[in-house]
Design a protein. Structure first.
Length: 348
């Protein structure tokens, strides 16, 4: 709450401000519930009195008091001389920070520096201490470094990204790395290059796995599968980057995707293709055709799904399949992966 009150005072062009105006602005900024959680009026009054003690505000005694408990004067005069001294103090502090930190952003935005100040000082202190501890010589995970510097393992993952950008630093400067979210996979046999199949849902993943285990050639509709990945729904869009850890030294020829035939499933494919390449990530066309063949009367969707552009997905299909898929989806129907029962198939 203190920083909001200070920003309101700092933004004033008038020499005198009414306490009611400050209070209303703070309540609007925080919201009624959050204002009360942070201590409500009593905390607000304590902060105003603290600003008076620091010389930032001077009560206009002839304005009377507001009649609340604790009472505050109705009007306060802003001490611009003290405000300037405070600004000068912040600038001197910025100049004293570790030379590796780029302070130019904060010199131009002192109000933002006040918000980030504690974290900036922690980082500067860490860099200064590094000359003694040599901690930066040892590479570690982002969360480990975050706890070491800020006593909060999640800080760099969230607010810390913006902080580092403002200071002209990167994770490399802190000699740390972001760990990749892993996916579950089966590598049947290491190859000179890999053909991968991503399965959206768990049941179908296991059905396909059991089917391929019965096939020495690992053939699935004319495509030999070297690695099977459980996509776990939308999670695969980000976790697929983990492939660089598990396929080291093995180039990837093609990644086939197989998910539910609905807007959400195709949305996952679209995101994958857009992020990793539309020529690398393609739908397993023949599996989707099998879905069309198996589901004679596709059911209606039981959940609301937003329509999306199907062009990226449909460009891989023949005209007949394009028409069938479009008709199913745009009439509010869908086909789940489970329509294809691999358990009873000896040869596809």
């Amino acid at each position: 709450m203190e920083k909001f009150i200070y920003k309101i005072i700092e933004s004033q062009s008038k020499k005198v401000i009414e306490i009611a105006d400050i209070l209303i602005s703070v309540e609007r900024k925080l919201g009624g519930d959050d204002f009360e959680i942070k201590g409500g009026y009593r905390t607000f009054a304590d902060i105003i009195k603290e600003f008076c003690e620091k010389g930032i505000l001077i009560p206009v005694k002839v304005s009377g008091t507001n009649g609340r408990n604790p009472s505050l004067h109705n009007k306060y005069r802003i001490s611009y001389e003290d405000k300037k001294q405070l600004e000068d103090g912040l600038f001197h502090e910025l100049q004293s920070l570790h030379p590796k930190l780029d302070k130019s952003y904060y010199f131009k935005n002192p109000d933002v520096y006040r918000e980030d100040r504690n974290y900036v000082l922690m980082l500067s202190e860490f860099l200064l201490k590094h000359f003694e501890s040599k901690s930066l010589k040892f590479r570690c995970t982002m969360n480990e470094r975050s706890f070491e510097i800020f006593n909060n393992e999640k800080f760099l993952e969230s607010r810390g990204k913006v902080l580092l950008k403002r200071l002209g630093l990167s994770f490399n400067d802190l000699n740390c790395y972001k760990t990749l979210e892993a996916f579950f996979y089966i590598l049947f046999k290491p190859q000179a290059s890999l053909t991968i199949l991503i399965i959206e849902n768990k049941d179908t993943f296991y059905s396909v796995l059991k089917y391929l285990e019965r096939r020495p050639d690992k053939d699935l509709f004319g495509i030999n599968i070297d690695m099977l990945i459980y996509g776990e729904g939308k999670k695969i869009v980000n976790s697929y980057s983990f492939i660089n850890e598990v396929a080291t030294g093995m180039p990837i020829d093609r990644v086939y995707y197989f998910g539910d035939l609905d807007f959400e499933g195709i949305g996952i494919f679209n995101s994958m293709a857009a992020k990793y390449g539309k020529y690398l990530i393609v739908p397993h066309v023949n599996l989707y055709k099998q879905m069309l063949a198996e589901a004679k009367n596709p059911p209606f969707l039981r959940t609301n799904q937003s329509e999306l552009n199907l062009e990226l997905f449909l460009m891989n299909f023949d005209e007949e399949s394009k028409t069938k898929i479009s008709e199913i989806l745009y009439t509010g129907r869908y086909i789940p992966q489970e329509a294809v029962n691999f358990g009873r198939k000896k040869n596809l």
